[in-house]
Design a protein around this ligand. Structure first.
Ligand code: PLP
Length: 278
């Protein structure tokens, strides 16, 4: 039998792609594990890989959930979270950090202590202040204002939905002016910017970004149907990837909002409960 001999492949094209793509750079995700893949670490991973980065992930909690509901969550030992983060930060070139579900105040403190080093190097940090599952149990134990306080001064942008904004500021949010005022109050507690996700106000949704330049309203059209599972996770992951690429915050937020609207419009029924983003 004659052997098939192939010319060694020069790899030139691939090398060019490797050099231009950001996948030797890391986006770090700190989030809870939703085994359904609709939210949390797995959903964030998908977004980061779509942008071409390497993704590193630290799980803050395990959850028991499917497309219908989240019935249980179990926080990871904060020392494990802290050790895992410290090793990744020593090892990788981290371009941005997304923080999602934290589970409890001890984990939030551990994360804040370690990632302060990255903030000091001007690495963008996005915090999605996940407080409870849309259908299911709380995902942060105790008082969220106290639990998230150590992280707020480190954050480039925090992305509360209206319920989360109300909890974090103790406000009642039934109109746009109240949302803007609450967002400004939250900004005064440390984050450089606040993106208030307006999906839960009546009428067409308006997202409001409060940053150093003032207030930017991003109007949208309501998309009929159930809100897909994990929308907030995917939005904050989009934003973190754009920031990792060096996109200015306002552009990063607007591009991300548009991408998530596309994905909502393309939602699919994977399980028997809420749809998942397309
Ligand atoms: N599970 C995890 C790990 C999450 O991070 C989140 C939200 O961020 C959820 C569940 C809840 O997602 P939803 O409220 O969209 O169902």
């Amino acid at each position: 039998m004659s052997a098939i001999v192939e010319e060694p492949w020069s790899g030139e094209d691939t090398n060019r792609v490797l050099k231009d793509a950001p996948h030797h750079l890391t986006v770090l995700v700190v989030a809870g594990l939703d085994p359904s893949g609709g939210a949390g670490l797995l959903a964030d991973t998908r977004v980061v890989l779509e942008h071409g980065f390497h993704v590193a992930g630290v799980a803050t909690a395990l959850t028991e959930q499917d497309s219908q509901m989240c019935s249980w969550m179990h926080p990871v030992d904060p020392t494990i979270v802290s050790n895992q983060l410290a090793r990744l930060i020593d090892d990788f070139e981290i371009r941005a950090v997304k923080i999602g579900m934290l589970g409890n105040a001890a984990i939030a403190r551990a994360v804040a202590t370690v990632i302060k080093r990255l903030r000091d190097q001007s690495v963008p940090i996005v915090l999605d202040p996940v407080l409870r599952a849309t259908r299911g149990v709380p995902l942060l134990e105790g008082n969220p204002q106290v639990a998230l306080a150590p992280l707020l001064p480190l954050v480039t942008v925090i992305t509360p939905n209206l319920d989360e904004l109300a909890w974090l500021t103790g406000s009642q949010l039934d109109n746009l002016d109240a949302v803007i005022e609450a967002g400004q109050n939250l900004q005064a507690r440390g984050p450089r910017a606040v993106l208030c996700k307006g999906g839960h106000l009546p009428g067409d949704p308006v997202d409001v970004l409060i940053d150093d330049d003032g207030v930017l309203q991003i109007p949208g059209k309501r998309i009929e149907g159930a809100t897909p599972h994990g929308t907030g996770c995917a939005l904050s992951s989009e934003i973190v990837c754009h920031l990792a690429l060096g996109t200015p915050l306002r552009d990063a937020v607007q591009k991300s909002v548009l991408r998530i609207r596309e994905r909502i419009a393309e939602s699919r029924n994977i399980g028997r409960g809420r749809p998942f983003l397309g």
